[in-house]
Design a protein around this ligand. Structure first.
Ligand code: ZN
Length: 313
């Protein structure tokens, strides 16, 4: 009888305990190898190790207002996760040997918990939970196109139509094309204005080209050529052709979707939307969420033809 119990105990160990232990180790090493990221903190110069989902929560917190709807936050989580997966590169000089960095101009902006609490104060727990929920309910989900990780660029607010990536950066992607984004016009900061004295306008452009080619007295600004999405593709100023993106940079405009009026003294830019205009518009996503769209609908609207996939089984 004693022998029977010994055999039974051995059997239980072999059939139940051993597989559990193996599974535990397997999962941990699997997670360490694939889903743990090293992030170079551009401001502190430190490298931190984060689970990819924790990193994505920090990116969503930094990149989209936490007041936005759940489905908008989920679409941001998927876009941010996809963008991160595509951008992982230990050899990038900006990463100092890490996978990604926290420089928003190179990878994506990122808030740690301390930064979130500084930003949200007494509402921190509410917003942190809200963002974590949006990330975990889309855990491991990313967008692909033709079995490649998609380039899910995003921006704050378009001019009502998103841009074709080719018109902005020269690179063509079948899913980064012009789509309607009417909800952007509901953004209270949809239109911004900038008034520039004529002399400053001329000086800044001459500085940009490195020569005194434009004169205040003979300033002529022609009608701009527009992109398919309605941004300024190029504009001729006193015989010199500038790209819309160049004027955006020189005058710090919120976007390249602008009109320009001028008289003898002043030039006035009316600027529509904010950001480069390519891919998902965050305000457009929020407007779709308010109208009842789920995150899958939002993502397939702004990245048409992409497929939602899962990193985890
Ligand atoms: Zn980077």
């Amino acid at each position: 009888m004693k022998d029977f119990f010994l055999r039974l105990a051995f059997l239980i160990v072999m059939l139940v305990v051993v597989p559990c232990v193996i599974n535990l180790f397997f999962n941990e090493s699997y997670s360490d190898n694939i889903y743990q990221l090293k992030i170079y903190e551009s401001k502190t110069g430190k490298i931190i190790k984060l689970d990819i989902e924790d990193y994505i929560s920090g990116v969503v917190a930094a990149e989209m207002p936490a007041t936005f709807g759940e489905e908008a936050l989920k679409s941001q989580a998927v876009a941010a996760r996809t963008y991160a997966l595509r951008k992982i590169n230990k050899d990038a000089p900006e990463h100092k040997g890490a996978d990604l960095c926290t420089d928003f101009a190179h990878c994506q902006a990122y808030y740690d918990e301390k930064q979130m609490r500084e930003k949200w104060g007494s509402k921190s727990d509410f917003y942190i939970n809200k963002i974590n929920d949006s990330v975990l309910s889309t855990k491991g989900e990313y967008l692909s196109y033709n079995n490649e990780i998609a380039s899910t660029v995003f921006h704050a607010c378009s001019n009502g139509i998103t841009e074709n990536s080719q018109d902005v950066w020269g690179g063509s992607f079948p899913y980064l094309i012009c789509v309607d984004s009417p909800g952007d016009m509901q953004n209270p900061n949809y239109i911004t204005h900038l008034s520039v004295p004529k002399a400053d306008f001329v000086n800044k452009l001459n500085e940009f080209i490195g020569e005194q080619k434009i004169e205040s007295e003979t300033l002529i600004i022609n009608e701009p050529k527009l992109t398919e999405g309605g941004n300024v593709k190029s504009i001729n100023v006193s015989g010199i052709e500038f790209e819309g993106t160049q004027l955006r940079k020189v005058f710090g405009l919120k976007s390249s979707a602008f009109t320009l009026k001028y008289d003898d003294e002043t030039l006035i830019f009316d600027v529509y939307g904010s950001g480069h205009g390519v891919g998902m518009s965050q305000y457009g996503a929020q407007a779709m969420a308010i109208d009842g769209a789920d995150y899958k609908t939002i993502l397939s609207h702004y990245y048409p033809g992409t497929n939602l996939k899962k990193m985890y089984k």
